[in-house]
Design a protein around this ligand. Structure first.
Ligand SMILES: Nc1ncnc2c1ncn2[C@@H]1O[C@H](COP(=O)(O)OP(=O)(O)OP(=O)(O)O)[C@@H](O)[C@H]1O
Ligand SMILES: [Mg+2]
Length: 444
């Protein structure tokens, strides 16, 4: 069961002359009044009583009072907390009458519940960290954030490189008519030499054939001129005729092959190879760019997976308020970051988080609730009640929403003293305080 404030008596602390209160167990108890009348002084007094020396005001005693400050707080766990005397020393008494001290108070009093502005003024990152730590996913989320950052940086670098490579590939010239592979000059020369060798053979054939024909002609001439040698020559003639027939080649066989193209290729080889190399470079650049693009896409998938893991982690966590979460190390409520939340939303978020920080602390002090309109105030009061949380708040107002009105350090209207029906007067304040109205329950 969380600890609440049952009763409160303050005398001569800062602007307060004398105020007694019995705040509602759950929900809002609003201390109203005009500016400078002592509302915040009441909250400062509670913080000093329960929070210890670090909450001591710089000038705690009321100016003009010869009587030192007096604080008396009765808590729902039976502890009685007092500060009185010249040095305002702390006295904590448990229900059995045993003395206790600040250490016991610290075990259930959440410091931020006494000083909500401290939480509200913290950086976005600190607020989010507080929330993540109370829901127990701080470490895991930090690790996921680190992982996401790392992947993001890697993807950023990969993306830039992919763009550069693609740009480089695009700028490279391309020759669609160039061969796929580099041409070798020695192959061409070898081929040329082979053709020249074959052609040499052909030349030889032609030469041989021409010689035979010459010889035949001479022989025929001799046949005519040398009758005596006719027979011999006829025999020779026959022989030569058959020789001629066997050495005769077809016109196709004698068709000369051209080395013209090869010669042209040889002369163009440097230019062609330059183009081939350019094409190979372009292909390589395109392949590089594609590889980086593929890696970029796979990093995107990984980043999305980490982000989903983070969302899953948060959606399965026990958050103090529906629609309250953390994204990119910042609090998000109803889809908005802290600087875009309304004042009322900020108060609700802060209260919910501080409430979770120490569930034993059943109360929270809220200064300056005038930023909430009556409708929002009522909804906030209902939410506090549903949470079983006691909030003691101040508001520049003298309307019906206030449970107690402070004027010149006194409670001039006090609807909180319902159980006892006591008026709020005491030695220091009753003489100057106007009569306390009859019991009137606060509207919240
Ligand atoms: N020790 C003190 N003795 C007497 N008056 C003090 C003391 N300390 C502060 N004051 C005065 O109290 C007034 C502020 O009191 P407090 O902050 O409680 O008022 P408030 O009702 O909360 O005002 P606001 O609506 O402006 O917030 C100031 O005028 C300040 O000068
Ligand atoms: Mg104030």
């Amino acid at each position: 069961m969380s600890v609440k404030i049952n009763k409160l008596e303050i005398e001569n602390v800062k602007r307060v002359r004398a105020v007694k209160m019995e705040p509602s167990k759950d929900g809002l108890t609003i201390i109203g009044g005009n500016n400078g009348q002592g509302k915040t002084s009441v909250l400062d007094s509670i913080a000093w009583a329960l929070g210890g020396e670090s909450f001591r005001p710089s000038a705690p005693g009321r100016e003009g009072s010869v009587v030192p400050p007096y604080l008396h707080v009765v808590l729902s766990n039976g502890l009685v907390v007092e500060r009185k005397g010249k040095n305002s020393d702390l006295k904590v008494t448990d229900p059995s009458g045993q003395k206790a001290g600040q250490k016991l108070l610290d075990s259930f009093v959440e410091k931020l519940a006494l000083n909500l502005p401290k939480f509200m003024e913290a950086s976005d990152a600190e607020k989010a960290k507080t929330l993540l730590n109370i829901i127990g996913v701080g470490d895991q989320l930090t690790e996921l954030d680190r992982k996401e950052q790392e992947l993001y940086q890697e993807r950023l670098y990969t993306g830039r490189t992919a763009d550069q490579k693609a740009k480089f590939a695009k700028e490279q010239p391309y020759y669609p008519d160039a061969p796929k592979d580099l041409i070798s000059a020695s192959d061409l020369i070898k081929e040329q030499q082979e053709i020249l060798a074959r052609n040499g053979q052909r030349q030889q054939w032609i030469k041989e054939h021409d010689q035979i024909i010459d010889e035949l002609k001479q022989t025929e001439a001799k046949i005519n001129s040398t009758k005596e040698e006719l027979h011999r020559l006829q025999a020779l003639h026959g022989e030569l005729l058959s020789k001629e027939a066997s050495s005769r080649k077809t016109p196709e066989e004698l068709q000369m092959e051209s080395t013209e193209e090869l010669e042209r290729n040889l002369s163009e080889i440097e230019e062609i190879n330059r183009k081939v190399r350019a094409n190979l470079d372009k292909d390589k650049a395109e392949e590089d760019a594609l590889q980086y693009k593929t890696k970029y896409d796979s990093l995107t998938t990984e980043i999305e997976a980490v982000r989903k893991e983070k969302t899953d982690l948060l959606s399965s966590a026990d958050l103090p308020l529906p629609e309250l979460s953390v994204s990119d190390g910042k609090l998000i409520y109803k889809g908005k970051e802290w600087d875009c939340m309304s004042g009322a939303e900020k108060l609700k978020v802060s209260t919910a988080i501080v409430r979770k920080l120490n569930p034993e602390c059943g109360f929270v002090l809220l200064d300056k609730l005038e930023q909430m309109d009556l409708q929002t105030l009522q909804e906030f009061g209902q939410w506090l009640e549903a949470e079983g949380l006691q909030a003691i708040a101040t508001r520049v107002s003298t309307g019906d929403e206030c449970s107690i009105i402070i004027e010149d350090g006194y409670a001039v209207r006090n609807d909180t003293l319902r159980a006892t029906g006591e008026d709020q007067g005491n030695a220091a304040g009753s003489a100057a305080a106007p009569a306390t109205p009859a019991f009137k329950p606060g509207i919240f």
